[in-house]
Design a protein around this ligand. Structure first.
Ligand SMILES: C[S@@+](CC[C@H](N)C(=O)[O-])C[C@H]1O[C@@H](n2cnc3c(N)ncnc32)[C@H](O)[C@@H]1O
Length: 238
């Protein structure tokens, strides 16, 4: 479906003219409509949150596969940089008995994530935190799709001009959040545990090396997205 058809389908006729103007001015159709489907959830989105991507649905799908294989009982999960709440809320929906905490540095993003929890009748505990600053528990699984674009990387105008900079860019060539999470992860993980990351498709070897620096005994699996690019990294501790 084209963006135009999308607007026609989802906007009330009285809002169509303004919607088309916004589309012409380069705004993503998801922000104009105000919501997006992710897995089997419908989530509100606005300019304070990243629009959930297909790759992130793949991250959740693969994580569910590993959780089923690796853990036998109810598990606890922390989603760092939850944005719209897409990862945390889908995991909570699929793994009914698990405990899910979700954090973000952005209070505005957390407001959207809380709305989405309410809208989808899901119970997730939201925490305003700069990475681990306000995290006090230990988890079986840490999952994150952190900002990973280097400041000098060229990206599409529609993304650069609309989505929150805080959700896109990271210092240290895009590797800052992986290094910070991996450096301190063992303080926030139970002994048998896993970390699941979405990554930039050129970053897999660097992130693998960072993981082995801080977690030398970990087993590491890199997985590809549907375009056959290295897009996910799973780190298992035992
Ligand atoms: C790439 S977006 C991912 C959003 C969502 N999880 C998704 O997959 O669509 C990264 C998120 O990390 C958050 N973030 C940025 N810096 C952070 C920090 N220092 N601590 C925690 N979250 C942060 C941003 O606000 C943003 O919501």
């Amino acid at each position: 479906m084209s963006d135009y058809e999308y607007l026609e389908k989802y906007l009330e006729p009285s809002k169509l003219a303004i919607g088309l103007e916004r589309l012409k001015n380069g705004e993503p159709v998801q922000y104009i409509i105000g919501n997006v489907d992710f897995f089997d959830l419908n989530l509100n989105v606005n300019k304070n949150v990243l629009i959930p991507r297909f790759e992130t649905e793949e991250l959740v799908e693969k994580t569910l596969k590993y959780i089923a294989k690796y853990f036998s009982s109810t598990i606890s999960i922390l989603d760092i940089g939850t944005g719209s709440g897409c990862i945390a809320l889908t995991l909570k929906k699929k793994l009914k008995n698990c405990i899910v905490d979700a954090s973000d540095i952005s209070i505005e993003a957390l407001e959207v994530a809380k709305e989405n929890a309410k809208k989808n009748h899901l119970e997730v505990n939201f925490i305003n935190s700069d990475i681990f600053d306000n995290i006090t528990k230990k988890y079986d699984c840490i999952i994150s799709n952190p900002p990973y674009i280097a400041y000098d990387e060229e990206i599409m105008d529609i993304v650069k001009n609309n989505e929150p900079k805080q959700a896109l860019y990271a210092k240290n060539n895009g590797l800052y959040f992986y290094e910070e999470i991996l450096k301190y992860a063992s303080n926030y993980l139970n002994k048998k545990s896993m970390i699941a990351f979405e990554i930039g498709h050129t970053q897999s070897e660097q992130i693998k090396n960072i993981a082995l620096k801080y977690l030398p005994n970990a087993k590491i699996i890199i997985e590809k997205d549907l375009q056959l690019r290295n897009r996910f990294i799973f780190i298992f501790n035992n």
